[in-house]
Design a protein around this ligand. Structure first.
Ligand SMILES: Nc1nc2c(ncn2[C@@H]2O[C@H](COP(=O)(O)OP(=O)(O)OP(=O)(O)O)[C@@H](O)[C@H]2O)c(=O)[nH]1
Length: 390
């Protein structure tokens, strides 16, 4: 490490940050762009600018009284923006403002220290403030620790440890100016530079890896959730139905199934356009949700056909629930840009029988739904109980 003089390290940090800025510009994030990507890219650019200024000062291209205060001010701003991006990415937007205020304060404190004493006090302030700002980045990464992935936890711990190494250099200037045993102040300075370098790499690649992790989670979610209405799709609904089918084989409380199909939906799309049709679908889902218990399950089977699973519900009760939803839909038109769109739906209701497969169950519910459609739509029809069949 003895070859790494401060100017070289600063130059390495400047070039590294510039390379990461270029990488970010050309990196294809696909459809799953991290939410804080723009802010985070700004943080990288500001930090790249800061290290470039400091490198130019170190190489005497720029006068130090200009490059040093401006470089450190930019650096504090860049790390504060990076922490802000971390909070935004963690979904804690409320922490962004205090983080930026802390960054501004850090700039003020550093500039004051620089004016008072351009030697030790300046180094002390720079290391302590940078360490504290990076601890904030670590805190943002560690937000929601209990549910966080291993990668996120690793990045949080790594960032915290490296931030402490950076801060330790400031403390050593204050408490042990001559170093301690083998830990000379020069070694601490080099460790601190190495920590800053690792922080740059860990946070840059960490952000990209976290983005990939999030994209994977979103893909897995979309396999079972309908993106338009945010309720389980056919696959998700059938997966949730399986245990209830098994339970129905045992004597006990009945479980009901309602299938719901919106009436004449084609005309909505034709008359008002597809986006208005989508709004109607979301509205109908919201109406259904309001009529259901937490334990009930609503899913979108296909197009404008939905299914509702009602645990511990007999046929007569399920008919009442379906009737409530029917009335709610019929009496609650959707406001679109051009008009109020009135909507109705038809319902088929049945209960799970011990001998049922999903095929026979849905056949019965669909037959009942067909009866409701044939009977004039906007009505509820129940399948015959098993005892009354044939
Ligand atoms: N806006 C929108 N329309 C959809 C969506 N999925 C399916 N549709 C439309 O919904 C309509 C469904 O039509 P059908 O169920 O066959 O018939 P209908 O017009 O509703 O008439 P009945 O069911 O016989 O009362 C089709 O025009 C589809 O294009 C969607 O996600 N958004």
């Amino acid at each position: 490490m003895s070859n790494l003089d401060p100017t070289t390290m600063v130059l390495v940090l400047a070039l590294g940050n510039l390379a990461l800025c270029a990488l970010l510009t050309f990196f294809d994030h696909g459809t799953a762009r991290p939410p804080a990507l723009g802010v985070w890219a700004l943080a990288r650019q500001v930090q790249a600018g800061a290290w470039t200024l400091l490198a130019l000062g170190g190489a005497s291209v720029l006068p130090e009284p200009l490059s040093l205060p401006a470089g450190f001010a930019l650096l504090f701003a860049g790390v504060a923006i990076e922490a802000g991006a971390g909070w935004e990415e963690a979904g804690r937007d409320g922490w962004r403002r205090p983080t930026l205020v802390a960054g501004t304060l850090a700039i003020g404190v550093f500039l004051a220290c620089y004016l008072v004493d351009q030697g030790g006090l300046r180094s002390l302030a720079a290391s302590l403030l940078l360490g504290a700002l990076y601890l904030n980045v670590a805190a943002a990464l560690g937000a929601g620790w209990a549910g966080a992935s291993l990668l996120r936890r690793f990045l949080a711990v790594l960032t915290a440890v490296l931030a402490l190494v950076v801060a330790a250099r400031g403390l050593s200037v204050l408490l042990l100016p001559g170093g301690w045993r083998w830990l000379s102040s020069e070694l601490l300075r080099q460790l601190s530079s190495a920590a800053l370098y690792l922080l740059m790499l860990a946070n840059a690649f960490g952000m990209l890896l976290l983005g990939r992790e999030r994209a994977g989670r979103e893909l897995a979610r979309l396999e079972v959730v309908d993106p338009l209405t945010n309720v389980p799709n056919r696959r998700g609904f059938f997966a949730a139905l399986a245990p209830w089918m098994a339970l129905a084989r045992r004597p006990g409380q009945p479980t009901a199934l309602v299938v719901l199909d919106l009436d004449g939906f084609k005309r909505v799309n034709d008359a008002y356009g597809h986006p208005a049709g989508d709004a109607v679908l979301r509205h109908v889902v919201e109406l259904c949700r309001r009529q259901l218990r937490d334990s009930d399950l609503l899913g979108r089977l296909v197009g404008v056909e939905f299914a509702i699973l009602l645990p511990r519900t007999r046929l007569e009760e399920a008919l009442l629930v379906a009737e409530r939803i029917r009335a709610a839909i019929a009496s609650s038109p959707v406001k679109s840009e051009r008009a109020m769109i009135a909507m109705t739906a038809s319902f088929g209701v049945t209960v799970i029988r011990p001998e049922d497969s999903t095929v026979t169950l849905f056949q019965r519910a669909d037959d009942a739904l067909r009866d409701a459609k044939d009977g004039g739509r906007n009505r509820v029809s129940g399948a015959l109980p098993a005892a009354l069949e044939a």
